[in-house]
Design a protein around this ligand. Structure first.
Ligand code: GDP
Length: 316
């Protein structure tokens, strides 16, 4: 049973920070049915890494609600090779946005993190209170530290200023608008682009690592729905996990991707590439208990993502 909303978006000015990204774009699509005014701003107009620019824009445009979907993101290789880039940009943009929101008396803000904030050896599935109970996965610790800081900022702003700022922690995401560049992408778009090439060229599909790590995958349209749900129904310090409740091995997802692409190629595992976290399954019981459910099965989401890729591959 879903409880009555605590916060209404109807008639509000709502800023989606990071609207060009996969998550931000999905939020803009989802908010179209919320009867609110969606505000966005281009990078050319406001560089989110510059505090003055963010503060003046927020002051002038007076959003009442903010979705912090802006982030510098990337897959295992990008995180591991550009640590300074990941920690600096994420810390800067989240502190700029959250502090600007406080100054402009934004009524409600939701900060989005990621499941990589949890310790490498956290109990699986990972409950919210596993945060800060052990060492992080080394390949993405820089990004994780920045995201943990964002959660802690929302908590601190609640305590000291009484701001209604909350955080959601999505599991691994995929879907329309994803980054398909092989050097910086996450596993699903990378394997989709590789399976597409294998279909065209009749070659094998190279898969990084052993194929045995397990990952949980959430379709980005479902994430946007969950985030809007939390904005309306949740108001507390603790962040909320957003996942589907089950995971698959990298081998299994590679096979599902090959099926979605329609290719029979063999998978070739490359042990010189890192596996990263052995498993990363969120415990999403808290969100499920509030009455939210994901709507898209993995095979369906993969087919829809491949259709998007075919339509947009020049840009992707
Ligand atoms: P992670 O969830 O932070 O580890 O990020 P990724 O989505 O980049 O990687 C998830 C898992 O998929 C890791 O074990 C990777 O080694 C594996 N993987 C297999 N093939 C690929 C690939 O082509 N690209 C990426 N990024 N990961 C791959």
């Amino acid at each position: 049973m879903t409880s009555a909303p605590l916060y209404s978006l109807a008639g509000k000015r709502v800023w989606v920070a990071g609207h060009r990204g996969m998550v931000g774009a999905a939020l803009v699509r989802r908010l179209a049915s919320e009867n609110c005014e969606v505000l966005t701003v281009s990078r050319a107009e406001v560089d989110l890494l510059r505090q003055d620019a963010v503060e003046s824009w927020v002051k002038a445009n007076k959003p009442q609600a903010v979705f912090v979907a802006a982030a510098t993101v990337g897959g295992i290789l990008a995180n591991d090779t550009r640590p300074a880039h990941f920690i600096y940009e994420n810390l800067a943009l989240e502190t700029n946005i959250i502090e600007a929101a406080r100054q402009a008396q934004v009524e409600k803000l939701i900060f989005l993190g990621s499941s990589c904030i949890y310790p490498r050896l956290a109990p699986q599935p990972m409950p919210e209170d596993a945060l800060l109970t052990g060492p992080l996965e080394p390949t993405n610790q820089w990004y994780a530290i920045a995201k943990i800081a964002g959660i802690m900022m929302c908590r601190a702003y609640r305590r000291q200023y009484g701001c209604d700022y909350i955080s959601a922690m999505p599991t691994n995401l995929y879907g329309p608008g994803d980054n398909f560049d092989l050097q910086s992408s996450h596993v699903i778009p990378a394997l989709m682009a590789k399976a597409h090439a294998a279909k065209r060229d009749g070659t094998e599909i190279p898969v990084w690592g052993s194929g045995s790590p397990r990952r949980e995958f959430l379709y980005v349209e479902d994430l946007a729905d969950a985030v809007v749900f939390l904005m309306k129904h949740y108001s507390d310090e603790e962040h909320v996990n957003v996942g589907v409740g089950s995971d698959v091995t990298i081998r299994e997802v590679a096979e599902l991707i090959a099926r979605a692409v329609g290719v029979e190629s063999r998978l070739r595992f490359d042990a010189t590439k890192p596996d990263g976290m052995p498993r990363k399954l969120l415990d999403s019981a808290k969100l499920l208990a509030m009455g939210w459910r994901p709507g898209t099965a993995l095979d369906v989401g993969l087919r829809q993502t491949y259709e998007w890729f075919l339509r947009h591959r020049a840009a992707a």
